[in-house]
Write a protein of this length. Structure first.
Length: 290
């Protein structure tokens, strides 16, 4: 690690990493995982939020923002093995570190007679807490007739694999996903012959959503105009990534201001710890108000 990088890491503040599932911690015996804020280092500018496929984008963000007990980076394979819901929980934690403990969302009442626009305030910390109950068990069990199907939660690697497959229709996609996640005697299997019909697939999908609620997060919201309670779907992954993209843009703006004022190069700017850069930026702002 270079001298400039050491100067930045020396003052790096860290926060606890969400609890790892047992199967992930067993495969990756790292200790004291922690998160640092996004939007501090030059590497945070290398992420293309607009053109990077979503699974890769999430992994890149988590890889850059995670530290081990030795304050070292963590092997990328850990993040691919994380369940998708846990990856979203990590993104929410990073979003909260940006000072966004809650967010306001706009929605239109689906009642055709009403159709009024309104807003809801979502506490991100409360949303992340939902995971604790949902992850009390390491597998999802679904009763289908006389048979109990056991499934594992989808991971980042599963998302990546599914992204490469051209499914003929939605039913084929759901069947393949069930086949991928299906467990028998704690071992994954490729399939069980004929997979369930659409009604069985619906039951599996409902159970998976119940035990991994952050993936297809839904919130019951009462319309203040017509007072009808609606089920509003919220893409928490997209919400968090948009917040982190804004953090990247703020970093770009700060680099521009420092370069314009002090005539420093990017390399010189990032050789300065983030807390000192923030102080220089405040001095620049004060000069403009005088």
């Amino acid at each position: 690690m270079g001298e400039a990088a050491m100067a930045s890491v020396e003052y790096e503040r860290l926060w606890p990493f969400p609890n790892l599932p047992e199967e992930v911690s067993a495969a990756h015996p790292v200790t004291d995982l922690a998160l640092r804020r996004f939007g501090l280092y030059e590497s945070d500018l290398d992420i293309d939020f607009d053109r990077t496929p979503r699974p890769h984008l999430v992994t890149q963000v988590l890889e850059r923002c995670t530290r081990s007990g030795q304050r070292e980076s963590v092997d990328q394979s850990l993040f691919w093995q994380l369940p998708v819901g846990k990856r979203i929980e990590c993104l929410l934690a990073l979003h909260v570190l940006e000072g966004e403990s809650q967010t306001t969302l706009s929605f239109r009442c689906p009642n055709t007679i009403c159709g009024e626009d309104s807003e809801i305030t979502l506490s991100l910390e409360e949303v992340a807490a939902v995971q604790k109950d949902a992850y009390a068990r390491d597998r999802v069990e679904v009763l289908l007739g006389d048979e109990v199907l056991s499934l594992r939660r989808p991971t980042g690697s599963d998302q990546l694999a599914w992204l490469k497959v051209m499914f003929t229709d939605r039913t084929a996609a759901r069947q393949e996903m069930v086949r991928t996640l299906l467990l028998r005697d704690n071992d994954e299997v490729d399939g069980l012959g004929d997979l369930p019909q659409d009604d069985w697939l619906d039951s599996v999908e409902e159970a998976m959503e119940e035990h991994d609620p952050l993936i297809n997060f839904k919130l019951r919201v009462k319309c203040p105009a017509c007072e009808i309670i609606n089920l509003v779907a919220i893409d928490l992954e997209d919400l968090s990534l948009r917040g982190l993209r804004n953090a990247q843009r703020r970093l770009l703006t700060s680099i521009h201001r420092l370069a314009a004022h002090y005539h420093w190069s990017e390399e010189q700017i990032f050789a300065v710890p983030s807390w000192r850069r923030a102080h220089y930026l405040s001095l620049i702002a004060n000069e403009r108000t005088q």
